[in-house]
Structures are given as structure tokens and as C-alpha cells.
Design a binder for this molecule. Structure first.
Ligand code: M6R
Length: 619
């Protein structure tokens, strides 16, 4: 996720900003930049790559000044280039750094272009900066003096009232050299209160070395930060009194947003980043999705006869959920394959085949090679990727980013849910061109919009799941069962457990039990079963009865209100009801938490499990 740091005070800003950027490196980024205001001029340096490269580029350059902002960028709109890196500067006067996504930036850009505004980058952030700058000029035209107190804040407010999306932003303006203005909606910002100086950052990490007195901005708040006490107001221009917190986290804890590990943080990030996966992609009126990166005409889409999904590990399990979605909504046959197998067999793909290659890192060697193979054979190849500008994203040249933000723990969690979200959106887009009705399309979209809130309800059961996991930590084998769309959930639950706890775990389809796996079941082997209130409920329940009859302890993931499920449960976790196709988005979360707490209870290095790498760039 992008990182922000800003300083205003009496010290030189540059060293504080550069150290702040280093403290934010853990968030993952692809470029960095800094801007310092001095003597009526803004000095800016940006660079692709690490903060060290930025520091080298600054070199001996004398960047003086006691006010400044800096940023580490994780690309979302536009490639990884210096031009797209922040801070963006408008007309040499206004500098802006921004985290989040401006959904309506295209419309705003067109509007600004009509006012002869010129853009240097492909980013939504530059559009936001230009909009603020135009509003500043409008206020001047209406009689406010440049540099007047409140003019910059009012310009920011006027701009934000036109914006749809999320932001954590900080701006400075050369005509208002003694203040920074910051605003938040959906993307965190923390203000550090010093003596005659203040700090702002996207999390507490860069502020901790200077002050522990901090205030977290809430959504819809704007802060004017000068040398005195920051003044915070809301979008209605009413002053807000903030309660200061005394943050005594150490740096490491702060980097993880207060969570013990990145994996836990990333599990808890899911409701927020899921919204990012949907943002700007739902067309409620038409009951469909709008995924710009597909680059296919409706005619070409209707000509597709078969879909292939190629991926590895968790990405492949997301693909398996996608298979159910495509078959049900788009009525298209789907094959899901391991990238490593696909590239070495004789895959039958042609110009009527749509191949999705799914990858969090966008660098998985087997998936990349499989994509090349499919392309060579004339298929439409589309990437579903998290890391912007990664090799798979570039080589496929078309497809969709899942917007999960940087995933630092080796075990994939939030990328999985966002991959599933994007696949469902694709399935709907294809379905609406064929047999899926408007009403069904709208129901799917509505159900997707409700998912973040429902994820939060699942996450609230973290303590209960922790207790169950601690109780189970001495088992040597665990089986996972699911059916239908929850079969891939069982596979993913088993993968999570084995990779971070090193406990042997396998996932099975409930119906397969009697064909072999039942022989493994005993009182020494607990079974985790997903028992959702859907069309396969009764069948799944009898599979669970079979394992209980052999003495297995059962952890059941059931639907809220299903009292009957208790009959087959040693332990039970309830998740909210949703459309059957969307169940994996909720049912996977308790299994992620179960794996996490088992691993912690066993003293494992959760974020860096033995023998595994985050990105597998070799065969
Ligand atoms: O970066 P990718 O999504 O292509 O990675 C694929 C797998 O290596 C990855 O999902 C792996 O299975 C994870 N460690 C699972 O948590």
C-alpha cells in the first residue's frame, strides 16, 4: 500500500521525510518521491525503485526547507514510472501526495482538460491535485487572497466534494507556506503532535521516533497542520475536537498496524481491500460489471466458447471458485489447471478460448510461461494480477488488477478474496451478454456490496477461532471438507494450514470421502467442514456424520441461524448468509484465522514459513 509522510516545523524536513519513507518501506512500493517547500519554491525529486535510489538521486543537491511531503507509491493507475510517482506538482505551486483510488478521475480529467489543464502523468492523483489547484484559483477569483488562512483548506474541501472514491491526501501550496492540509476518506492518516512542529503519515511508524501523541483522522475529516495545534474540521466545515492517543507501540508493531504479524493484518485488511476490488466496476442499472481491462468487443465476448484458468497455489483455488461462477452465470465450460502442468501438456486453446492467468505477484514463472504458451496458440489471454507493472501484467497487456494492496506475508489471504471477486465480476459481465437476467445480475452486485460488512462479522469471531485453534494444536493431521463452491474453500483451508503451521492437512470434496479419504479419519484426525445452507447442505451434513461416527472432532463453518448444524459440530463458527456463489468470500476467512492461530500456538514464523518464498520466479 502507498505510504505518506509529511512534516512542518523548524527542523530541516528532508532527513525526516527520507527516514519516514524508509520506515514505510515495509508496506511495499515501487517508486518514491519527496517535495520540500522553501523560499516560495517547491523542490521535488522522484525515483522508480527503492528509497535508497531516491536518496542517491538527491545526492548532494541542497534541498532546504522545513515543510515537506513524501510518498512511496504502489501503482494502481498508470505504470511504474517517475512521471507517475508522487508528489505531483501543479503549476509549480501545489504539491500533493495521495493514497487510495479516485473512482471518477476520468470524468474529472475530461472536465479539467476542457479548462485547458495539462497532465504529465496517467494517475488519478494528479487529477485530484489539479482539481484542488483549480478550486484554489476559483476562491481567489471570488475574492479570497492567495495565502489567506483557510483558502487551501477550502480548496481541498471544494475538490473533495466532487470526488468519488477513497483518499488519504496531503497537499502544500507555495502561497500558503506555513501549513499542510490533509484529508481522509477510507485511507488512513495519523497526525503526530509535537512542540512547535507536527507530523502526518499514513501510519504511526514514521512518527514514533518524534512523538507518541497522535490523532487518527476519521473519514470525512480535513486537517490544517501548521506549527501550532492542528485544526480539524469535517466536510460540512464544522470543527472537530480530536482525542489524542498515546501510542507506545514499537516500530515493528506499528508497521503491522498494531497486529502481531503481517498475515493477521492482511486477513483483517480484507473488508477494506475488497471494496477496492469492486470500486468503479459495478453497473447497477445494467446489472453487470465493467472491467475495462478486458479489451474485447461484445461480439468477441459472445464468440468465446471455453474458459481456461491457469494459476498456482492459492491463486488456483481462487480460479476454482471462478469456475463455478463462470459455469453458472456465463454458461461457459471452464477448465482450471496448474500453470506448471498447462505449459508442458498440449493444451487445446484457440481463438475462441479465453485464458485467465491469475497471480498475486505477477511473477510466478510457471504462470508466466503458461500465459506465453496460450498466447502463442491464439487464445485471448487476460491477467488477473495484484502487482501493477509485474511481468505477467505487462506480458498479458490486458486484464484486471485486483487492488488488494501489497501482500507481504508468504501465505496469501487478501489477494485470494480479491481474485475471487474479480472472477465473479468477469463471469457476470460475460453472463449478462448471454443468459443471465438483469434481476440476477443486480442480485449478485447487491450481494457483493454487502460482503465487506459480512466479512467484518466473521472477523469479530477471531477470539473464538483462536481458542479452537489453540485446542487443536497438537493434532498431526487435519482434514478439510467442502462441497460445490465450498470445495475450493476446503482446499485453500488445508493449504493455509500446511504452509504456515507445518501440520499435514488435506482438503477433499465431501462426496469423495467414501472413495478413500474416510480411511484416514479417526479420533486423532479432526475434520474442518464447510456446511453452508445451500443446495448441498443435506449431503454435506451426512458426510460430516460419517466422520463423526469414526470419532473425529469436527469444526463446522455454518450459516448464521442454522441450529441444526450444532448436531454435527464439536466446535462451530457461524458466518453470515450470502448468495451461494459468494460463500467462499466469507467461508475462507475462518479457515485463514484457524491456520494463523494454529501456527502462532506452535511458535512458527507465520509471515516467513520455512522453505517457501512469496514469489516463485523459478520453475
Ligand atoms: O504470486 P502468485 O499468486 O502467482 O503465487 C502463487 C502461489 O505461489 C501462491 O498462491 C502460494 O501458494 C501461496 N504461498 C499460498 O498462500
Amino acid at each position: 500500500m502507498c505510504g505518506i509522510v509529511g512534516y512542518i516545523g523548524k527542523k530541516q524536513a528532508l532527513p525526516i521525510l527520507l527516514q519516514g519513507l524508509r520506515d514505510l518501506e515495509y508496506r511495499g512500493y515501487d517508486s518514491a518521491g519527496v517535495a520540500v517547500l522553501d523560499n516560495g519554491a517547491i523542490d521535488r525529486v522522484r525515483e522508480v525503485g527503492k528509497v535508497d535510489k531516491l536518496t542517491q538521486k538527491i545526492g548532494e543537491k541542497k534541498i532546504q526547507g522545513t515543510v515537506g511531503i513524501a510518498h512511496t507509491r504502489w501503482a494502481t493507475h498508470g505504470g511504474v514510472t517517475e512521471f507517475n510517482a508522487h508528489p505531483h506538482i501543479v503549476d509549480g505551486k501545489l504539491a500533493v501526495v495521495h493514497n487510495g483510488i479516485i473512482e471518477n478521475y476520468r470524468e474529472l480529467k475530461i472536465k479539467l482538460e476542457k479548462q485547458s489543464v495539462k497532465f504529465e502523468s496517467e494517475t488519478d492523483t494528479e487529477v485530484l491535485g489539479c482539481l484542488i489547484y483549480q478550486e484554489y484559483k476559483n476562491l481567489e477569483r471570488s475574492g479570497m487572497k492567495p495565502g489567506a488562512s483557510d483558502i487551501l483548506r477550502d480548496a481541498v474541501r471544494a475538490a473533495l466534494l466532487q470526488v468519488r472514491g477513497t483518499y488519504g491526501l496531503v497537499v502544500m501550496h507555495k502561497d500558503n507556506p506555513f501549513e499542510l492540509v490533509a484529508a481522509r476518506l477510507g485511507s488512513p492518516l495519523v497526525i503526530g503532535y509535537g512542540e512547535g512542529e507536527n507530523y502526518i503519515a499514513s501510519d504511526a511508524t514514521p512518527i514514533l521516533p518524534f512523538t507518541k501523541r497522535m490523532a487518527f483522522l476519521d473519514d470525512g475529516e480535513i486537517a490544517v497542520i501548521d506549527l501550532g495545534t492542528p485544526k480539524i474540521s469535517n466536510l460540512n466545515n464544522e470543527l472537530v475536537a480530536k482525542v489524542l492517543s498515546n501510542i507506545d507501540w514499537d516500530q515493528a508493531k506499528a508497521q503491522k498496524g498494531g497486529y502481531a504479524d503481517f498475515m493477521l493484518k492482511e486477513i483483517f485488511d480484507q473488508p477494506m481491500v475488497f471494496e477496492d476490488a469492486l470500486r468503479g466496476r459495478l453497473n447497477m442499472d445494467e446489472g453487470t460489471a465493467v472491467l475495462g481491462g478486458l479489451n474485447m468487443t461484445h461480439e468477441q465476448m459472445r464468440e468465446i466458447k471455453r474458459v481456461c484458468i491457469i494459476a498456482e497455489g492459492t491463486a488456483r483455488y481462487a480460479g476454482l471458485v471462478g469456475k463455478y461462477a463462470f459455469e453458472r452465470l456465463a454458461n461457459l465450460p471452464v477448465e482450471v489447471d496448474y500453470s506448471s502442468e498447462f505449459r508442458y501438456r498440449d493444451p487445446i486453446v484457440n481463438k475462441n478460448t479465453l485464458v485467465f492467468v491469475i497471480s498475486q505477484s505477477g511473477e510466478t514463472a510457471d504462470t508466466l510461461m503458461a500465459a506465453r504458451e496460450a498466447k502463442r496458440k491464439g487464445a485471448f489471454v487476460r491477467g488477473i494480477v495484484n502487482v501493477v507493472g509485474s511481468t505477467i501484467a505487462r506480458e498479458t497487456g490486458a486484464g484486471t488488477y485486483i487492488h488488494a494492496g501489497p501482500e507481504l506475508a508468504v501465505a496469501s489471504t487478501k489477494a485470494y478474496t480479491n481474485m475471487v471477486a474479480v472472477l465473479i465480476l468477469y463471469a457476470l459481465e460475460f453472463g449478462r451478454l448471454k443468459h443471465t437476467s438483469l434481476a440476477t445480475g443486480q442480485r449478485v452486485l447487491q450481494a457483493l456490496l454487502e460482503i465487506p460488512e459480512k466479512m467484518n462479522l466473521v472477523l469479530k469471531q477471531n477470539d473464538a477461532i483462536k481458542k479452537i485453534a489453540e485446542d487443536c494444536k497438537n493434532y498431526k493431521d487435519v482434514l478439510f471438507l467442502g462441497r460445490g463452491v465450498n470445495f475450493p474453500v476446503a482446499l485453500e483451508g488445508a493449504l493455509k494450514l500446511k504452509e504456515i503451521s507445518y501440520i499435514h492437512a488435506e482438503g477433499f470434496a465431501g462426496g469423495e470421502l467414501k472413495h478413500g479419504p474416510l480411511a484416514l479419519v479417526s479420533s486423532d484426525v479432526p475434520v474442518v467442514a464447510v456446511l453452508s445452507k445451500d443446495q448441498l447442505y443435506e449431503k454435506m451434513k451426512s458426510s460430516i456424520q460419517e466422520v463423526r461416527a469414526r470419532g473425529a472432532r469436527t469444526l463446522i463453518i455454518a450459516t448464521v441461524g442454522d441450529e441444526e448444524a450444532k448436531e454435527v459440530a464439536s466446535d462451530i463458527i457461524y458466518v453470515p448468509d450470502t448468495m451461494e456463489l459468494l460463500e467462499p468470500l466469507l467461508n475462507t476467512i475462518p479457515l485463514q484465522l484457524f491456520a494463523y492461530h494454529m501456527a502462532v500456538a506452535l511458535g512458527r514464523d507465520v509471515d516467513r514459513p520455512r522453505n517457501l518464498a512469496k514469489s516463485v520466479t523459478v520453475e
